[in-house]
Every structure is written in structure tokens, then in C-alpha cells.
Design a protein. Structure first.
Length: 256
């Protein structure tokens, strides 16, 4: 295409645009108008302002992300996000959960279904159904570590839904309560053992508080004094064991 053809083409385009818009608008849209120095300054200033706003937003976002990351990564309980369903997949976890379950990395844990960390994988289906129905749910469940060791956890999770109410994923917190549960079981065993000793003792035994009111009595006490445990508990001990003529003396001794 020679210079005359180019010039002719430009004239045709100018005529076409002149019939549809004003000259000033035509030049602006064709990029033919030359901006003034004032226009350039205004544009530069607007770009600088927009860039400054963008940088502030990016800095705020980085700060928020860092605070969230620090919180989730340093907190001593497990945090997770998973998909719903009977199997489920982990979408995000923190280091505490990875360590709790005995995995080397997040990537390794992501390769497993959520149901795989349950001692009984079928329990995952029940949990998924309950949280999908309730929205917020807490329960104690037995997980298993990578090496198969069972651990008891307290899990609290919430279903995050879309505008139609469909559960998109579950966000939750997991706390390893294995030691606490075993300590509770040990205390229960000790309590049971002491109660057996208490009730099988050949002597009458009564426990009372600082006001001398009966807290508990053993089986031999009920046989010896004729009161049932329900009748004895809550009453002043001296009214049960001291003869009427000696109650004042018994009260005096109790106050010593």
C-alpha cells in the first residue's frame, strides 16, 4: 500500500467519524488529539494516587494474611477445612493437626481422605450428616495416627454454606484429649476402688463436713446404727451417733 492509498484511507475514516461525532470527540477517540502538559500532570497524579491506594491495600492484605497464618500455625490445637461427604478431603490444615496425626507434611496428609484418620471410617459419615443438619456441631471421636495409634479428640466444626444453603466445606478445630480422658478413667477406677474399700470395711465409717453434717456413710454404719445412707446424709453427725444425754458433750468435743 503506497502513501496515496494510506492518505485516502485516512480521509475516508475521518469523513465517517465526522458524520457521527463532534470534532473534539473524534480526535480524542482516534488518539489524534495532543494532551496538554496539565492533562499529563493530572493523569500522572491520578495514576500515582491509584498506585498508592493499591499498595496500601496489598500491605493490609499481607498483614492480615500473616496474622491469620501466625495464629493458625502457632495455636496448639488442630485446625482444618474439609469437603463434606462420607470420605471428605482436607482442603487446609495447620501444623498442629499434621503433628497430632503423625504425618510428615501437609502434602502427605492431603493425600488421605478425612475418613482415613478415623479409627472407624464409618464414623465420618455420621459426623458429616450431623454437621450438615445442625450447622455447628461438637463431639468426641477416636482418630488414628499414621502409625495406627488411636487418639481421642474433641472436634468442633461448622458447615460453611452458599446462598442456597448447600454445605460447601467444614471448618473445624480438633483437640487431642487422650491424656485427659485416660486421667478421668484412672480417677474413676480409683474412686470405684475406694468406694469398694469404704463399703466393705468391717468398721462403721462416716464422712462429714466442717459443720459436722454427714456427707457419706459406709454399709457397716447403716447396719450398726440403723439409718439408711439417704437418711444419714445431711444430718448432724452427733444426732446419729451420740446418745441424747451426751450430745452437748459430743458437740463440745467436735468444736475442739
Amino acid at each position: 500500500m503506497d502513501d496515496r492509498t494510506i492518505a485516502h484511507s485516512v480521509r475516508i475514516r475521518r469523513i465517517t467519524f465526522r458524520s457521527k461525532m463532534s470534532k473534539s470527540v473524534r480526535y480524542q477517540n482516534l488518539g489524534m488529539g495532543k494532551p496538554t502538559s496539565m492533562d499529563l500532570k493530572r493523569r500522572i497524579k491520578a495514576l500515582e494516587k491509584a498506585d498508592a491506594v493499591r499498595k496500601r491495600i496489598e500491605k493490609a492484605l499481607r498483614g492480615s494474611e500473616e496474622k491469620y497464618r501466625t495464629l493458625t500455625e502457632n495455636i496448639p490445637v488442630g485446625i482444618f477445612r474439609s469437603t463434606p461427604g462420607p470420605r471428605g478431603k482436607f482442603l487446609e490444615v495447620n501444623r498442629a493437626l499434621v503433628k497430632m496425626l503423625g504425618y510428615r507434611s501437609k502434602k502427605e496428609l492431603f493425600a488421605s481422605d478425612v475418613a482415613h484418620v478415623y479409627q472407624n471410617p464409618k464414623d465420618r459419615l455420621g459426623f458429616s450428616r450431623r454437621i450438615s443438619a445442625k450447622g455447628l456441631h461438637q463431639e468426641e471421636v477416636t482418630f488414628r495416627k499414621k502409625n495406627g495409634t488411636p487418639i481421642i479428640v474433641s472436634m468442633t466444626a461448622i458447615a460453611v454454606r452458599n446462598e442456597k444453603g448447600t454445605a460447601l466445606f467444614f471448618d473445624g478445630i480438633v483437640e487431642d484429649i487422650t491424656k485427659r480422658k485416660r486421667a478421668e478413667e484412672e480417677l474413676l477406677l480409683q474412686k470405684t476402688y475406694l468406694e469398694i474399700l469404704f463399703n466393705s470395711a468391717p468398721e462403721a465409717i462416716v464422712l462429714h463436713d466442717n459443720d459436722d453434717r454427714v456427707v457419706n456413710v459406709n454399709t457397716e454404719f447403716t447396719r450398726m446404727f440403723g439409718y439408711s445412707r439417704e437418711e444419714a446424709i445431711g444430718r448432724p453427725i452427733n444426732t446419729l451417733v451420740a446418745p441424747a444425754q451426751l450430745r452437748n458433750e459430743a458437740s463440745r468435743i467436735s468444736r475442739v
